[in-house]
Write a protein that binds this ligand. Structure first.
Ligand code: DAH
Length: 371
C-alpha cells in the first residue's frame, strides 16, 4: 500500500497514460490484498473518500494544477480513470485465494475423530443416586421441591413456631425485601429438604414412602467441612401402625446396604421440632472399623470414638400431621418416621476426601478420580 498520487510535470498524452496506468495497477493490487470486511472498508475509504481519498487527490493534483493548454486532455483522462477506479472499488468484495476458499471443504478422513470429553459423574451425585436407589428398592419413590421456599414450609409447618429458638439453629439465608408480606409467606433459601415432607403430604394421601434429594443453603462460610450450599436426602414413611422399630429396621438395613453388612448402627436421643422422639444415627466408623485407631494413630474422621454420625431422624411429631390433617393425616390414625442426611459429608467420608471445597471447584481432574 505504498502508492501515492504523484505530482505531474509532464502533461503529454503519454505521461498521463502512464500515470493513469500506475494508478489502476495500484488499485488492483490493493484490492487483491483485501481479506476481511475491515480491509474492504479501509480500501474503499482510501480510494473513494471525498476528503483526501486518492480520486480526490488525483482531481486536485492532475486537473487543477494542469496548465491551461493541457486541461482538456487531462480532464478526459482523469474522468476515464475515475470511472475505471470507481468500477473497481464498487465491485470489490472480500476476496479469498483459491486455496483459502477450498480449505474448509477439505476433510482428511484418515485423521482420528475429535474426542469430546463428557466429564465425570460428580461424587455427590453418585452418592445421592446410591442412597436413593437403596430406598427405591424398599418401595420408596422420589419427590422434589423448590429451593426458594416460604417460611411456612421451611419452619412453621415443621413445628418451628414464629420466634421459636430452634429456628436459630438453621443459619437461614432470607430473601431480601419480604418485610411487607405476612411472615409465613416470606421467602428464604430452604435450610433443609424437610419442607418437601409437608408439600408431599399436601398432595398425597397416606400411605407415603418417599425420599427427597436436593440442595439446601445455610449462612455458613465455606471451609473444609462447611459450604453455604450443600445436599441432603430426606425420607418420610407414613402409614397406620408405624413404630420406632420400623425406623430402626429401615435405617439399619439402609446403612448396611450403603456401607457394608458389617456396619453397626447406634441411635442416640436428640431433638428436632418436627419429630418426637428424635434421634441421631451413628454407624461404626468405616475408616477404622470402630476401633477409633488407625494403626498407632488416632482415627480422625470419628474423633477416636469409633462412631460416625450420619443422620437425624425420629417419629413424625403429631403437630406436623396437624398441618395436613385435612388430607388424611389424622395424628390419631396415622404415624410415621422421617430422617434427613447430608450427602456431601457422607461422600467425603466414603471417598476419604479431606476438604469439602474440592467438591465445588468443578475441576474435572479431581472429579474423575471417583469413577
Ligand atoms: N432437617 C434436619 C436438618 O437439616 C435433618 C432431619 C432430622 C430431618 C430429623 C428429618 C428428621 O426428617 O426426622 O438438620
Amino acid at each position: 500500500m505504498d502508492y501515492s498520487v504523484p505530482r505531474l510535470t509532464d502533461y503529454s498524452a503519454a505521461a498521463l497514460e502512464r500515470a493513469a496506468g500506475e494508478s489502476i495497477a495500484a488499485c488492483q493490487s490493493e484490492l487483491a490484498a483485501v481479506r476481511s470486511d475491515g480491509d474492504l472498508k479501509a480500501f474503499r475509504d482510501r480510494w473513494m473518500a471525498r476528503k483526501n481519498g486518492i480520486l480526490t487527490q488525483i482531481n486536485e493534483l492532475w486537473l487543477k494544477d494542469a496548465p491551461r493548454e493541457a486541461k482538456r486532455e487531462a480532464g478526459i483522462r482523469v474522468n476515464d480513470l475515475k470511472a475505471r477506479i470507481t468500477e473497481l472499488v464498487e465491485a470489490a468484495h472480500v476476496s479469498e485465494s483459491r486455496a483459502d476458499a477450498l480449505a474448509p471443504e477439505t476433510v482428511d478422513i484418515t485423521l482420528p475423530g475429535v474426542r469430546r470429553p463428557i466429564g465425570a459423574e460428580h461424587p455427590v451425585v453418585r452418592t445421592t443416586n446410591e442412597i436413593v436407589s437403596v430406598f427405591q428398592k424398599l418401595g420408596y419413590s422420589v419427590a422434589e421441591g423448590p429451593v426458594v421456599e416460604t417460611d411456612y414450609y421451611n419452619f412453621e409447618a415443621l413445628n418451628f413456631p414464629p420466634n421459636h429458638p430452634a429456628r436459630d439453629t438453621q443459619d437461614t439465608l432470607f430473601i431480601a425485601g419480604q418485610q411487607s408480606r405476612p411472615q409465613r409467606e416470606r421467602l428464604l433459601l430452604r435450610t433443609h429438604t424437610s419442607p418437601v415432607q409437608i408439600r408431599t403430604m399436601e398432595k398425597m394421601r397416606p400411605p407415603v414412602r418417599i425420599v427427597i434429594p436436593g440442595t439446601v443453603h445455610r449462612n455458613d462460610p465455606p471451609d473444609a467441612s462447611h459450604s453455604p450450599m450443600f445436599h441432603q436426602i430426606e425420607g418420610l414413611a407414613v402409614d397406620t401402625n408405624i413404630t420406632f422399630g420400623d425406623l430402626k429396621g429401615t435405617l439399619d438395613h439402609a446403612m448396611k446396604a450403603l456401607f457394608g453388612s458389617s456396619v453397626k448402627t447406634h441411635f442416640r436421643p436428640s431433638f428436632f421440632p418436627f419429630t418426637e422422639p428424635s434421634a441421631e444415627l451413628y454407624v461404626t466408623c468405616f475408616i477404622c472399623g470402630g476401633s477409633g485407631k488407625r494403626g498407632a494413630d488416632p482415627c480422625r474422621p470419628c474423633k477416636q470414638t469409633g462412631w460416625i454420625e450420619v443422620l437425624g431422624c425420629g417419629m413424625v411429631d403429631p403437630n406436623v400431621f396437624g398441618f395436613v390433617k385435612d388430607n388424611g393425616y389424622d395424628p390419631k390414625k396415622v404415624a410415621g418416621f422421617a430422617f434427613g442426611m447430608g450427602v456431601d459429608r457422607l461422600a467425603l467420608l466414603k471417598y476419604g476426601v479431606d476438604d469439602l471445597q474440592y467438591f465445588f471447584q468443578g475441576d474435572v481432574r479431581f472429579l474423575q478420580q471417583f469413577r
